[in-house]
Design a protein. Structure first.
Length: 218
């Protein structure tokens, strides 16, 4: 009798369990759990994708900043920088002294800038409109036709960046400034001699042009 009672108790328990399973399936309780898991998975995936987009945006911003820093005005030279002299006749032959200082240290203006280049490499026309013969900073400004020569032309010929944002690979930032002075030979640069036209400044005979990339004074 006891074994028979135990047997029917087990059968009854199994029947109740089966009924509960069927009831759960009918009411979609299992599907809700599955949907909940899927929702969690989708949320995690979306979060990962958003982070990926953020990282990409940050990298692009960083690259943009880096590219802006490396841009050079010499990449788009003034047309005058691509002209070669014909020494049969010169309408202009002036001289200017260029002095460059990086953090108060003099930077050498090299010899033979603008002479026998990839552009001007002939026998009679082997020089650009602005060139140097030595490393004293003395610029020779020569033209076959009368005209003005912006200082930026020399840097285009030299192949270096130069404008109000900086010089060479040095750029104006939170700690450094870039200033330009133009004064007569024999005088010292003062704030009265400061100019802001930089690459657009028109070179005049006998001037001394000082360029200073330096720590901000204010």
């Amino acid at each position: 009798m006891e074994r028979e009672a135990t047997f029917w108790s087990v059968i009854t328990a199994l029947s109740l369990a089966l009924m509960l399973v069927l009831l759960a399936q009918e009411r979609g309780w299992f599907e809700q759990d599955s949907n909940s898991q899927n929702t969690t998975s989708e949320t995690s995936t979306n979060s990962t994708e958003e982070n990926s987009v953020t990282d990409t945006s940050t990298n692009e911003s960083s690259n943009t900043s880096s590219n802006e820093s490396s841009n050079s005005t010499a990449d788009s030279p003034d047309p005058l920088a691509l002209e070669c002299l014909d020494h049969d006749g010169l309408a202009r032959h002036d001289h200017v002294t260029l002095q460059i200082f990086i953090d108060e240290n003099p930077h050498t203006v090299e010899a033979a800038i603008g002479i026998q280049t990839d552009v001007c490499n002939g026998n009679e026309n082997n020089m650009h409109a602005v060139h140097t013969h030595d490393d004293t900073g003395r610029l020779h400004v020569e033209l076959n036709e009368p005209g003005d020569v912006p200082l930026g032309v020399f840097f285009d010929i030299w192949g270096y960046h130069f404008n109000e944002t900086g010089i060479f690979d040095y750029r104006v930032n939170s700690t450094h400034e870039f200033v330009m002075y133009v004064h007569p030979s024999g005088e010292n640069a003062t704030e009265e001699h400061r100019v802001t036209s930089f690459d657009e400044y028109l070179i005049l005979n006998g001037e001394v042009i000082e360029l200073h990339y330096r720590v901000k004074t204010n």
